[in-house]
Design a protein. Structure first.
Length: 242
């Protein structure tokens, strides 16, 4: 967090009657009996994060794990994007009555012991949670889509923690020559060797990302776990929640 934004937020919270302290480099704020609350109850952890979904949800999740509300500090130029990530819909790329579409985390899924999973696609693969097909119609599954087509599915987030090679068609790993070898898993055939992940993607082999599932990152109800402080010209111009 920039020292100027940090000072501005700290000063604003002190003026409102919060007891502000710093522990292990983290800025904490606890409301006193006569405090003017910012609009969310309880203790705060002041964090700065941009609109990147993974970093933002991890910052909010860190505060929630400490039984505090995350007070996310932002400049005016990124405040709108941060709010959209956290509210429209909360922590998700999209949502319908039946499905949820997740943001992609920067981590990549392994394909058992065969390396990292990949799939054939021109665009970045997308994870969705959708209803299970079946007689009872109960439960959901997590489906990976590549260019709009389903390529693999899992019955739970837990199943994604250690997927087997059988769940994917392709995997890649770096060889002794420094190049990435792509293997077709059913046959064991090498289908390509590439000098970089960028070249791998340019040839329509896309690494399979880990889905960013909000409730796995933030304990509790996400809309109640944060507030947003916008700092402009070294002063706090607004503090508001969801």
């Amino acid at each position: 967090m920039t020292s100027r934004r940090r000072r501005a937020v700290r000063g604003s919270l002190v003026e409102r009657g919060y007891d502000v302290s710093e522990r292990d480099g983290r800025l904490l704020a606890d409301p006193t009996a006569g405090a003017d609350p910012i609009g969310v109850p309880g203790a705060l952890l002041v964090v700065e994060a941009g609109p990147d979904p993974t970093a933002l949800l991890e910052a909010v999740g860190s505060a929630a794990a400490a039984d505090r509300t995350a007070l996310v500090v932002s400049g005016a130029e990124t405040a709108g994007a941060i709010r959209r990530t956290l509210t429209d819909p909360p922590g998700l790329a999209a949502r319908t009555e039946r499905t949820r579409t997740f943001y992609n985390a920067p981590d990549r899924l392994p394909a058992g012991q065969k390396g990292l999973a990949c799939c054939r696609a021109d665009a970045t693969p997308v994870w969705r949670e959708e209803p299970m097909e079946g007689v009872t119609g109960e439960g959901t599954r997590y489906v990976l889509y590549a260019d709009g087509d389903p390529v693999t599915a899992f019955e739970s987030v837990a199943a994604l923690s250690c997927p087997s090679a059988a769940a994917f068609e392709y995997a890649y790993r770096r060889g002794d020559d420094g190049r990435f070898r792509v293997e077709k898993l059913r046959s064991g055939r090498t289908v390509g060797r590439f000098v970089s992940v960028r070249e791998l993607k340019a040839n329509a082999y896309r690494p399979v990302p880990v889905p960013l599932v909000p409730e796995d990152v933030v304990e509790g109800y996400l809309p109640e776990a944060w507030a947003l402080a916008v700092v402009e010209d070294d002063r706090v111009v607004s503090i508001e929640g969801a």
